[in-house]
Ligand binder design. Structure first.
Ligand code: UDP
Ligand code: LCN
Length: 769
């Protein structure tokens, strides 16, 4: 930076005096750029400055804290990689500062007395992580299991006895009092190694499909218990993997080993917020994709556990309990019922009003606890710590990044959003978690130009409350990406005619084409969007782009599912405003006859048929959100073979490969977007194979990366790998947990006491916006 400032000293002096001239303030990249534009009015000179080193630095600047005569810069070079500098506007001298000093400078803007208080509370989770290995490359973020497998490989390598922790771990495995894998006969690595050699020879002499029971007795005599496999071949493979690890561990064998361990059969998932039900709840306050996600997750995990149990040759009944809140005034759904079986599963339930019941129902401790969202994660972290059980957390959409400067401006927003409480709970859960399940990379570490949701917790401050000098490290190997899918028994390609839910087709036909529409309307392909009618979903944006673009209107009709027609039916201020805006746009652009607006739908079978009927018209799905954490509708549409245009802001940018499996659209550039959609339909008119190519591209992408099968496999492997990892890092984990306990007891409980609790889950504040 000093060189960059020296290069353009004259202009920079003027720019910095302009930055500081308006007194204390927080400036974002765009503000800085606008003020530079205004200060250097000569275009050629300006481009020279902006194209030089100063331009590079500016484009990586996340924000600047102006406290005359200083300007502090938070510079983000790469996802997760930050630097902080302080420039003296008078002399243009530059100092590299710590994140703590940057936060203090920033606090001066919002609460000068607190910023200068030497006793202001500082939170530093990082001090407990000194011995935890860290990823080094931004590109490796999110592949925690891969990394710890490598790390464990080196920990277990070397002398034979280096593998003792692994053998000790095997010795702890048991189910219902029955030992699994090995017993005390094999209590040294050398003994285990020798026994494995003999056992492999013995097992290999049997036909591959010989049931385990046929040779169980002999293995037992050598010290082996159940769990190695259901037949001779499976047992031989598992033994080979363990032998190779004991000889010289390698990451691939480590991962394969963990995936075969007979450890996880009882899982508790805490998903507390919103109306957690299996019917008639979608669209209620706080109730959207996260409920779909958890229910599909349960089905996928149960299926994967049943498969693994069979392959392990065990006779164990897996159990998944989703624990949620009981809502006495359940508005016509089953959220007031204490216990309910999960549809399409054999052994999974939803339990409302839990505590001691979990232990009773599972006849002991669960093997894994998973939390979902702030409130679910907090409860999950408390229960996991109490029971000493591995913890995974999920937060599809953390709140902090949704509102600009929600941390420094927390005092203004707290009465409405309770951010003080929420961010504290989030910090507790993400630090307590053994592993964090995310849907995309951007959720952890953002993209080139945008900080990730977790990344925004690295260092931040809430002036007057506390300063977080080290909240989380996105290079921590606890982060893993496991993207969800869509239930493929519901969302399957339009071309699978024999499977189609034909019974819904007349009603859908009626919804899409009523009598007053003319023939021309019916013949056109349809572009379709479905979402809660929140501002961020930008359904009104799509309607406006469509209204404005004559070429697009001539090519396609628009179908929207979401909200209500009648704003008075909505209890949500934001939704009401969007409904009114929709009516205004339909009027303004005279969209009658071109648009079909269908109120929110709750039946996913019917919805899936709707996606397919739209595909029958050779139409497309459009997800126009201003920001979308993941975007289940994108996955649903692609599973149905419907070409998809989705926002480039957030998860969909990762789901779709632009031009190959769908298209990215820029929600901040409506003209470009509507023309991109129109170009597609024009191209399809000229070449009908193009539509099929995009439809196939989407399906291929789903099969490769976005299925619940892939997800369940990954998540169970995480539970298994981190279950062992936490044993290896027991002391560090305990020390950190004590710090978390203090934070919980002294901060969160106090903050929570001040919250007004109401009965309506929506009114605790619709967190999904
Ligand atoms: N959905 C629905 N009816 C509607 C709108 C949405 O059933 O009127 C479903 C949609 O099919 C998807 C979920 O709700 O399964 C929305 O998930 P997404 O991830 O797209 O967004 P979220 O609502 O979680 O922000
Ligand atoms: C929450 C969101 O905001 C969506 O983007 C996700 O698709 C959904 O949860 C399920 O993960």
């Amino acid at each position: 930076m000093p060189d960059a400032l020296r290069q353009s000293r004259y202009h920079m002096k003027r720019c910095f005096s302009r930055f500081t001239g308006m007194g204390k303030r927080l400036m974002k990249f765009q503000h800085l750029k606008d003020e530079i534009d205004e200060t250097i009015d000569d275009k050629v000179e300006r481009s020279k400055v902006l194209e030089g080193s100063i331009g590079d630095i500016l484009s990586s600047t996340h924000e600047a804290a102006v406290v005359p005569p200083y300007v502090g810069f938070a510079i983000r070079h790469n996802p997760g990689v930050w630097d902080y500098v302080k420039v003296d506007a008078d002399s243009l001298s530059v100092d590299i500062i710590t994140s703590t000093d940057y936060l203090k400078l920033k606090e001066v803007i919002f609460d000068e007395n607190w910023a200068k208080d030497e006793n202001a509370l500082e939170i530093d989770f990082g001090t407990f992580d000194a011995n935890i290995p860290r990823l080094a490359l931004s590109s490796s973020i999110g592949n925690g299991v891969g990394y710890i497998s490598k790390f464990m490989t080196s920990m277990l390598s070397g002398k034979t006895e280096s593998a003792k922790p692994l053998m000790d771990y095997l010795l702890t495995l048991e189910r219902n009092g029955e030992k699994l894998m090995i017993n005390e006969t094999l209590n040294t690595v050398a003994k285990l190694q020798a026994a494995l050699v003999i056992a492999q020879l013995f097992v290999a002499a049997h036909p591959k499909d010989t049931p385990y029971q046929n040779f169980e007795q002999r293995l037992k005599e050598w010290g082996f218990e159940k769990g190695w496999g259901d037949n001779a071949e499976r047992v031989r493979q598992t033994m080979k993997i363990v032998s190779e690890i004991l000889e010289a561990p390698d990451p691939l064998n480590m991962e394969a080993f963990f995936s075969r361990l007979p450890v996880i059969y009882n899982i508790v998932i805490f998903s507390v917020h919103g109306y957690f039900g299996q019917a008639d709840v979608l669209g209620l306050p706080d109730t959207g994709g996260q409920v779909v996600y958890i229910l599909d997750q349960v089905r996928a995990l149960e299926e994967e556990m049943l498969l693994r149990i069979k392959q392990q040759g065990l006779n164990v009944k897996p159990q998944i309990l989703v624990v949620t809140r009981l809502i006495p005034d359940a508005k016509g759904n089953k959220c007031s019922q204490e216990m309910e079986p999960t549809v399409n599963t054999m052994h999974s339930h939803i339990l409302r009003d839990a505590t001691a019941k979990i232990l009773g129902l599972m006849e002991g401790k669960p093997d894994l606890i998973i939390g979902n969202y702030t409130d679910g994660n907090l409860v999950a972290s408390l229960v996991a710590s109490k029971l000493g059980v591995p913890l995974g957390t999920i937060a599809h959409a953390l709140e902090k990044t949704k509102y600009e400067d929600s941390d420094v401006k927390w005092k203004d927003l707290d009465s409405k959003y309770h951010f003080s409480c929420q961010f504290t709970a989030d910090m507790i859960a993400m630090n307590a978690a053994d592993f964090i399940i995310t849907s995309t990379y951007q959720e952890i570490a953002g993209s080139k130009n945008r900080a990730g949701q977790y990344e925004s917790h690295v260092a931040f401050t809430m002036p007057g409350l506390y300063r977080v000098v080290s909240g989380i490290n996105v290079f921590d190997p606890k982060f893993n990406i496991a993207a969800p899918g869509a239930d493929q028994s519901v969302y399957f390609p339009f071309s699978e005619k024999q499977k189609r839910f034909a019974k819904f087709q007349p009603a859908i036909e009626q919804l899409l084409y009523s009598k007053q529409e003319n023939e021309e309307h019916i013949k056109k392909p349809i572009i379709f969007s479905m979402a809660r009618l929140d501002t961020v979903k930008n359904i009104t944006g799509l309607t406006e782009w469509y209204g404005k673009n004559k070429r697009l209107r001539n090519l396609v009709n628009l179908v929207i599912v979401g909200g209500f027609f009648d704003p008075s039916k909505s209890k949500d201020r934001e939704e009401m405003a969007e409904i009114k805006k929709m009516h205004g746009l339909i009027e303004k652009y005279q969209l009658k006859g071109h648009i079909r607006w269908i109120a929110a739908q709750t039946d996913r079978y019917r919805n899936s048929e709707l996606y397919r009927c739209i595909a029958d018209t050779k139409g497309a799905f459009v997800q126009p959100a201003l920001y979308e954490a993941f975007g289940l509708t994108v996955i649903e549409a692609m599973n149905c073979g419907l070409p998809t245009f989705a926002t480039n802001q957030g998860g969909p940018a990762e789901i779709i490969v632009d031009g190959v499996s769908g298209f990215h659209i820029d929600p901040y550039n409506g003209d470009e977007t509507s023309n991109k959609i129109a170009d597609f339909f024009e191209k399809c008119k000229g070449d009908s194979r193009y539509w099929n190519r995009m439809s196939q591209g989407g399906l291929k992408r789903i099969d490769e990366c976005y299925t619940w099968k892939i997800y369940a496999n990954k998540v169970l492997n995480m539970g298994l790998a981190y279950g062992f990892w936490r044993q290896l890092n027991k002391e560090q984990k305990q020390a950190k947990q004590r710090y978390i306990d203090i934070f919980y007891n002294l901060q969160l409980r106090k903050l929570a006491k001040n919250l007004g609790i109401t009965d309506d889950p929506g009114s605790v504040k619709n967190r999904k916006k």
